[in-house]
Design a protein around this ligand. Structure first.
Ligand SMILES: Cc1cc2nc3c(=O)[nH]c(=O)nc-3n(C[C@H](O)[C@H](O)[C@H](O)COP(=O)(O)OP(=O)(O)OC[C@H]3O[C@@H](n4cnc5c(N)ncnc54)[C@H](O)[C@@H]3O)c2cc1C
Length: 561
């Protein structure tokens, strides 16, 4: 441990800090990886017990920090992130031990409003939401292993984002410890309230004034900087802070809502302690349409057609994923209980033999469509088949439906079961293009995989043109690390060429921050840097993520699979 971290540890121990401070080998190792391709050992791990502990941790770091001898704080929740957002070589602040209280879950007209500590597991909140028949529609596929704070930190998204948007769309209030060590409640503000808040003489006031000046003088360019794809978690979403236009807002319409830029900021602005978040009623009338795709050009046309019917989700997974499921029935044993396990597995094989006639499609598309009075799902299915020569099926059997969704939700973990000597590498896993460009984009991606002689698993959110590519790579092989930046450059260029984005939902982290200039112009990058600097002048919070890349991609690659 460096001497500044030794000093930090001693100062915390002598202060009123009541949480745990650890430099144990096990803690350091556990916090040196997440689900990304990186491995970076922190010097210390701290587990604050309450907001006051966090304030002490921030103030102590601020007092000790020197640019030439820095101390940094990185918030970490469940550590399931895929971009390396929770990794740091200084101090990791783990919130999952003590920030775990669900304060309230109250029914509302549209669903429920919930107040939770940042480290609450989604799974635990889901048990309460289930009782009310509500859910957070931006839930990620990792919903059983991640926290609400991590969902906000990454601005996570999932299948139903197609209709409902990212997690930020459900955030109503955030309690955050900012760089001055004070705790703030940040909430949407009307013009009248905002005018008063602009006069605050503290860290929050300075941030409000900075963002307001920016929007007042440069609103058009801020709005133009918003990526054009429906999904995005890159950069700071300053374009979403005013819900109307500046002019309208000053006339009293809409709100100024800084929570929209803090959501997805990966702990670079402050440490969130408490979250007020909304859930909506679950849709119980959704029908599942399954379309096996044997020809890629057909995929683009079918997705386009499905989108006309305003589906809740249009998801897909590839042949390799389906085959992995067929080879590993035991994988689902932990995920399904009692008879439902046997029923789902039996359905998987009978489907393969009788519906697919043992010829696995290149892709399987799953679309959730609400039955409308105008057009029944059966009519929609007939039309798709007639127009596009597809073999769409309205899945009416609940076990069959469960079988397809089980495979989709487990796509990433299934790819992990495929090799003991290789790991599905998360670095090409977050590109999104306009859905109509999917076939052309995908063909070029396939050519690139052939060029690099790499096999990849593919799944994703077809309706958003958002595909997760997971190439299988051996991280114990020294040739892997130098390959990553070269491949990233090639693949990201292809996404951008097809009107796309390199960061749909897993955020910038270590892997994408160095490549953000492919997506944003200098003006936008300057805007992000200035915003981050006002929020965190000493760069205490999670530096190197989102702006000013600090970790070299190839140098910090993990060496284990
Ligand atoms: C199998 C699998 C499937 C996945 N599927 C999806 C998916 O469908 N969609 C999706 O969006 N993501 C997905 N992910 C990525 C990840 O699981 C989610 O983004 C998740 O919400 C992260 O939650 P976490 O609790 O693990 O957060 P962490 O990984 O611990 O943290 C995420 C980020 O938030 C920051 N953060 C954490 N706590 C705080 C805090 N208190 N204050 C400020 N910042 C904080 C961290 O610094 C980090 O940058 C998947 C990952 C896996 C392994």
């Amino acid at each position: 441990m460096t001497s500044i971290h030794e000093q930090y540890k001693n100062l915390l121990a002598q202060s009123d800090f009541t949480g745990e401070i650890s430099e144990s080998k096990q803690d350091i190792l556990e916090h040196s990886t997440d689900e990304s391709i990186f491995a970076i050992e922190p010097q210390l791990v701290i587990y604050p017990k309450n907001v006051s502990d966090l304030q002490i941790a921030v103030r102590t770091a601020n007092a000790l920090h020197k640019a030439e001898n820095p101390i940094h704080l990185t918030a970490r929740a469940a550590g399931t992130g895929l971009s390396g957002g929770s990794l740091n070589d200084s101090v990791v602040v783990n919130t999952t031990r003590h920030f775990t209280t669900i304060h309230s879950v109250e029914k509302t007209k549209t669903g429920a409003r919930m107040v939770v500590d940042t480290g609450v597991m989604h799974l635990d909140l889901e048990k309460k939401m289930d009782k009310l028949g509500v859910y957070i529609p931006s839930y990620p596929a990792s919903k059983d292993i991640c926290t609400i704070g991590g969902m906000v930190g990454n601005n996570a998204a999932g299948p139903d984002t197609l209709r409902y948007g990212h997690t930020a769309a459900f955030v109503r209030q955030l309690d955050v410890v900012l760089h001055d060590g004070n705790a703030y409640t940040i909430t949407p503000l009307s013009w009248n309230d905002f005018e008063k808040e602009l006069k605050r003489d503290d860290a929050l006031g300075a941030i409000y004034r900075h963002v307001w000046e920016l929007l007042l003088h440069d609103e058009e360019s801020v709005l133009n900087d918003r990526p054009k794809t429906a999904k995005n978690s890159a950069g700071y979403a300053l374009w979403d802070v005013v819900s109307t236009t500046v002019e309208e807002f000053m006339k009293g319409r809409g709100v100024f809502d800084l929570t929209q830029a803090i959501s997805g900021s990966q702990g670079t602005i402050g440490i969130i302690t408490k979250i007020t978040i909304d859930a909506v009623h679950k849709n119980t009338s959704d029908k599942l349409v399954m379309i096996p795709i044997f020809d890629l050009d057909q995929a683009g046309l079918v997705i386009d057609e499905l989108l006309q019917h305003k589906p809740h989700s249009v998801e897909l997974f590839d042949k390799a994923t389906y085959s992995a499921a067929l080879r590993n029935p035991g994988f689902f044993k932990k995920r399904l209980t009692g008879m439902s396990y046997y029923k789902v597995i039996l359905k998987m094989y009978t489907n393969y033999i009788f519906k697919f006639k043992t010829k696995t499609p290149e892709f399987i598309i799953l679309a959730s469509i609400e039955e409308s009075e105008k057009k029944s799902v059966d009519v929609i299915v007939r039309e798709i088949n007639k127009k596009h020569g597809a073999k769409a099926i309205h899945v009416t059997n609940p076990t069959e439906s469960e079988m397809f969704w089980q495979i989709r939700r487990a796509s990433y973990l299934l790819s992990k079961t495929q090799s003991n000597t290789m790991r599905p590498a998360a670095f090409l896993e977050d590109m999104a293009v306009p859905p109509k460009n999917l076939p052309a984009f995908f063909k070029e991606i396939q050519e690139l995989f052939t060029k690099y002689s790499v096999h990849a698993f593919i799944h994703g959110h077809g309706g958003n043109g958002h595909l997760h590519f997971y190439p299988l790579l051996d991280f114990t092989d020294p040739k892997t690390a130098p390959l990553i930046p070269t491949m990233a450059q090639d693949f990201f260029e292809t996404a951008v060429k097809h009107g796309g984005n390199i960061c749909g939902e897993h955020n910038d982290g270590i892997i994408r921050t160095p490549y953000l200039d492919m997506m944003f112009d200098k003006n936008a990058l300057d805007m992000f840097e200035k915003f981050e600097h006002v929020c965190d002048p000493q760069d205490i919070f999670n530096p190197g993520k989102k702006v000013n890349p600090r970790f070299t991609v190839a140098k910090n690659i993990r060496h284990t699979n």
